[in-house]
Design a protein around this ligand. Sequence first.
Ligand code: DGJ
Length: 756
Amino acid sequence: MSISYSEASRIFKLDTDNTTYMIGISPEGYAGHIYYGKKIGHFCGAGMLRCNEIPGPSVLKREKGGFQASFPYEYPTGGVGDYRVSCLDVSNEKGQNGCELCYDHYEISDGKPSLEGLPASFDKEKDGDVQTLKLFMKDPVLDLEVVLQYSTFNRENIITRSVILNNKGDHDLSINRVLSACIDMDNRQYEMISLHGGWARERHISRRTLAYGQQAVHSTRGVSSPQEHPFIALVTPGTNQEQGEVYAMNFVYSGNFVAEADLSQNSAVRMVMGIDPYDFCWKLNCGCSFTAPEVVMTYSHEGLGQMTGNLHDFYRAHLIRSPYESENRPILINNWEGTYFDFNADKLYKIAKDAHDSGIEMFVMDDGWFGHRDNDGCGLGDWYVNESKLQGSLKSLVDRIKALGMKFGIWVEPEMISPDSDLYRAHPDWALEIESRDPLQSRAQLVLDLSRKEIRDTVMDMICGVLHSADIDYVKWDMNRYLSDIGSVSVDSGHQGELYHRYVLGLYEMQERLVTEFPNLLLENCSSGGARFDAGMLYYSPQIWTSDDTDAIERLRIQEGTEMLYPMSTMGAHISKCPNEQVGRMTPFETRANVALAGTFGYELVISKLSDDERNMIPKQVERYHKYHSLIANGNYYRIHSWDDDEPFDCWVNTAKDKSESLLTYVQVLGRPNEVSRRVHLSGLDPVARYKLEEIVGGPSTDNPGDRNVDAPSLSRPEAVEELKEIWFGDELMNVGFLIPPLGDFRSRLYHYVKT
Ligand code: DGJ
């Protein structure tokens, strides 16, 4: 049993293999947080909740105000005396805000319930590794039942949380704020890690010292956003990859979110996560329920590396449903950066044919194949094939490309409508807009009101019709603007505050239909690059386009932040041409390939425009993807070094779960004068096993023609072929490490070690 309850101490204890989480019930019936941290083998529990303490001036009797303001609530509510950040604000029919929850009863069960209409983790194996605790809390004044759900995933050391509100009374209620998780921790100093960025520089890692007051990351853009990410970790000062305590929360949701740490007067820290309350008001009518999305929590006392490992294992085993999850994805070529809107069937066929001749396995036709979409100013919503551009039906193009032996994929953007489209001319009230106000256009497009079923169904009928018309293997689902002008003509004034969330629920319903109607489809989500790369979308698609920035050097930080949370198999990563379209940088073709190898590998270029040297390198890159991808996708990931101005090199390692092999990727961002070799270490090996260096890929050398594309000094390559015969102990490689010679700007190498 990983979840237990002691009636004597009124304490719930939730264990995973290495962690314990404890909740206590106070004499008044409040659910309080006792502990989250290293696993506790035995406990008695006396006085753990500190509910006999009497904060405030009174020494004679318990003073409720002082108590409320400092009690470590498991799920704090607003309006009744706790002035820290709250998780739940509910108002009654008169509009008065106040809610106070007391424990009623509990249920413990095996497995994990799903969450209606929402993505949520699951227990696939049903081997007793997953258990769920439901704490039933009640506010008798509001007649509101609040069910706090906790599921423990032993092996991955994860606890998930979600909350269900049930209006049991005969009065309608309004939920003004409903977050999904809270951890009240006392007397600790922390640093807060989050991910921030913007378009083409998503999920850069950011770290700050926690100060008094509230500090939050959030999104009110209707998508999880590239600016901030639905993730925070509180870490003890000095935490690195191997050391330090980490408390992490990650949200399984794709819309507005808030993740916040509140350091309050008693130096206690409250950490919360949930839907951002901005423009949120949900009418909870009598007899109705509301489900708040899931938060994934993990604790590590072995630094950030362990946090990453827990999350990777968890998402692979318990969130990504696609049949492709553990499969090598087909290597794709996408025509976007190669042609933009300027293509016809013959041009696409030629791109596909050249790609196929180099060993590439799938062709993806990007934006521009439908309606009259010859630029980004029109056509969204007109999901019928432009047969004059495609010189025939979609099926004829697909069949032609499939006859080469390739798979075929297609781009769609179902959530949007162009004012210049037949769909908009027929339904001018289908876009989100506020009465009498011109809605903001972004990329000349408006956002469809996905809260309306007839709109969702019409769009999905059109898109599914196209997909049924030809043998399509892959869909790239794009979304190219943030939400604004949140108003719906079909919703009355009392429900407009539900639109942001209803939009996300509508999106999930559409993607659910897609993966159900096409169970073998490989779905890749995308949003102006990586603006909606989140755990919610991973429930529908096993891979997400990581960023529109395809420059290998910019990608280092983007991929590092992304892979800190998500398995490498989820990151769409492509090789594109140089000078790079986003930053104009020239990098060796080889480095572009070595960096893209970290994700689901592909190309975003026209092969016939490459130099002969570059073109000749592709078959080897394809071979390398097949050799290494399963190790990268299914093994353990270790971050060895993050490049900075003082040490401008990036380095990571992928080691097989059974420790049989390890691949180290090294990218020298900048060269330096008088440079000496750098020592790097492998990780995750068997210390007493012997490992052979089986392959080195890359670095400047005369036998590497791609290097000639970049004007760089010719450096010698000390690793002679005979060196590859050498053997080391795992212990040596992990502790002494090995030396990598100076490579020069933007050069990279892979080192592959195999257990002998
Ligand atoms: C944004 C995506 O991130 C790109 O890859 C491309 O699909 C364009 N949209 C097409 O409009």
